[in-house]
Design a protein around this ligand. Structure first.
Ligand code: 4AZ
Length: 312
């Protein structure tokens, strides 16, 4: 945790979050009024509470299903391998969805106006397995539909960090169980890239891994494109995108995720208005900058300068 002590005898304690840019989304991203976690098929997980993961998108691509995450009022982040082309026909995007069959009173559905697949996506190695989907109209944020904050360039996710992954993918690697109706959630710890490379031969810096040594908890087929998130102070930040794995939930076989923090420049080159909120994640409390200011100093700072001080 970075600690800035302007006045050691300060009387005011301010918790702020490090953000890059003056982002329209930073005030709202990563907040989830119905999420009670402290710190996600999904194999070994559980039904989520309605509204707990308000950035979760359900992409129906013809007969196929993928996950995604809302990053501002117009764009959804997902995986490149979810799309066989950039044709938007047959694609429906659901936000605020909880179950795949019952009535979802908080849901809105959209068509896509554009699909952007990363130009360096390699379907043989799975490198750069990232895509952006532009909705055909802007979405109104509610308690059930909100954007996720994204991990800023330079973010650090150390081995063992607890993360959550969410989706409607298969809940069993033997494919005998039907897909779940209710959005599933499971918590999985980060596995270092060096450790993960002992399982997979092609782990790149653009990837990150998460899972238990013993197995039992994992994302799986149908969860692809969905978010791997962790909590940073009071807000949730997306670390990864469900990408691939050798089966699901096997011992010593972590799930592999896109390392979102490597794509801030690429995302911002396409999402040019209402830029997503980025959090420089350095640990569970690592992005919380504690700032001490004395009351006289505080009162002497004009509001505009003050906001620059705490956000820089
Ligand atoms: C899949 O087939 C898939 N355990 C996605 C994620 C994982 C495995 C398979 C990770 O889309």
């Amino acid at each position: 945790m970075m600690m800035v002590k302007l006045f050691p005898f300060g009387v005011l304690l301010l918790l702020t979050f490090s953000a890059t840019g003056s982002d329209a989304q930073i005030d709202v991203c990563g907040t989830a009024p119905f999420n009670t976690k402290s710190g996600t098929r999904i194999v070994g997980g559980q039904d989520s509470t309605e509204g707990a993961w308000p950035w979760q998108a359900s992409l129906h691509i013809g007969p196929g299903r993928c996950g995604g995450s809302l990053i501002n009022n117009l764009w959804v982040l997902s995986a490149a391998h979810c799309f066989s082309s950039t044709s938007t026909s047959g694609l429906t995007i659901y936000l605020g969805r909880h179950t795949q069959q019952s009535v979802n009173s908080h849901e809105s559905s959209f068509r896509a106006s554009q699909i952007i697949i990363h130009p360096d996506y390699n379907s043989n190695t799975n490198d750069n397995d990232i895509a952006l989907v532009q909705l055909d109209s802007t979405v109104e944020f509610t308690n059930y539909i909100r954007p996720i904050c994204l991990a800023a360039a330079g973010s650090v996710f150390t081995a063992g960090l607890d993360c959550w992954v969410t989706g409607w993918g298969t809940i069993s690697s033997d494919a005998n169980l039907p897909d779940p109706q209710t959005l599933q959630e499971v918590d999985v710890p980060i596995v270092s890239n060096s450790q993960c490379s002992s399982t997979y031969s092609s782990i790149t810096d653009n990837m990150m891994c998460a899972g238990l040594t013993a197995g039992g908890k994992d994302s799986c087929q149908g969860d692809s494109g969905g978010p791997l998130v962790t909590k940073s102070g009071a807000v949730w930040v997306q670390a990864g995108i469900v990408s691939f794995g050798d089966g699901c939930a096997k011992p010593n076989t972590p799930g592999v995720y896109v390392r979102v923090s490597n794509y801030q420049t690429w995302i911002n080159s396409h999402v040019t208005s209402d830029v997503p909120g980025y959090i420089n994640f350095l640990g569970p409390t690592g992005s919380a900058h504690v700032v001490y200011l004395s009351l006289p100093l505080l009162l002497s700072i004009p509001p505009t300068i003050f906001s620059l001080v705490i956000l820089s």
